[in-house]
Design a protein around this ligand. Structure first.
Ligand SMILES: [Zn+2]
Ligand SMILES: [Zn+2]
Length: 255
């Protein structure tokens, strides 16, 4: 698998960090992990093959994670590059994703689900679910202590490479076991210290999860501006001896 970080930031507008979105190339096809309002243009900026995008995953309904889905569909519907496309786009999202899309769609008769190609929209219930995201790409979900519908996802492809994307979460040992020994753990680390809420992680929490999960590599993302001027990887090393990488927009990783 290959990962491209499209957005390592949060809901707070930032000159170098777009809101949450990741591009993942797998043996089974390409997918987006979350689709912030910045995602569509970031895909183009990174010269990714967005007209052939195979799947989208939406972790929860906060707009810094799903606010770009409707505009992505609007863009795909009218882009010259997709008019001859016939293969489906699969969208898997948390509970409420259908209601959200329907509400936007009905507000102006956009016809977002009527594309030159089929859209397959699947809602994944809170809790544990097992499904095939793309042929040969297995997905498993876990509820996280963030919002009622929020889900972490584990993806495993035919090469046995595995990725967990926590999206937004509070501290959870269950999440650590869920991510046990994965090839890459993409973990939120909203704050350095003194976090103002239990619904996100600060460095100490993230590294406690890393010590339990022992991923081959840890990618810390969803970085609030509080991180500015802090040497994240150095601070992480003091708490876990494994490999921690600070996400930045445009970062590319082989998994
Ligand atoms: Zn967020
Ligand atoms: Zn959130």
């Amino acid at each position: 698998m290959k990962l491209v970080v499209l957005g390592s930031g949060t809901s707070v507008p930032h000159p170098q960090r777009a809101s949450a979105a990741f591009w993942l190339d797998t043996a089974a096809g390409s997918m987006l992990l979350d689709c912030s309002a910045d995602a569509a243009h970031r895909m183009a900026e990174e010269s990714l093959d967005w007209p052939s995008l195979d799947a989208v995953w939406i972790s929860h309904l906060h707009l810094d994670h799903c606010g770009g889905l409707a505009s992505l569909l609007f863009g795909l519907k009218w882009a010259p590059q997709t008019q001859s496309r016939r293969k489906p786009l699969k969208i898997f999202g948390c509970e409420g994703i259908k209601k959200l899309l329907r509400a936007i769609d009905d507000s102006n008769d956009y016809g977002l689900l009527e594309q030159p190609f089929p859209i397959e929209l699947h809602e994944i219930s809170a809790g544990k679910a097992l499904f095939e995201m793309l042929s040969g790409l297995q997905a498993q979900t876990l509820s996280t202590p963030h919002t009622r519908e929020s889900l972490a996802i584990l993806l495993t492809d035919s090469d046995e490479a595995s990725v967990v994307y926590s999206s937004d979460t509070g501290y959870s040992e269950e999440l650590a076991w869920f991510a046990r020994e994965v090839s890459l753990l993409i973990l939120e680390c909203s704050f350095w210290r003194n976090k103002p809420t239990s619904k996100h992680l600060e460095l100490e929490d993230a590294m406690r999860i890393a010590r339990l999960a022992e991923p081959r590599r840890l990618l810390l993302t969803h970085l609030y501006p509080e991180w500015e001027g802090v040497h994240l990887e150095g601070k992480a090393k003091e708490l876990w001896s494994g490999t921690t990488i600070e996400a930045c927009d445009g970062l590319r990783l082989e998994i």
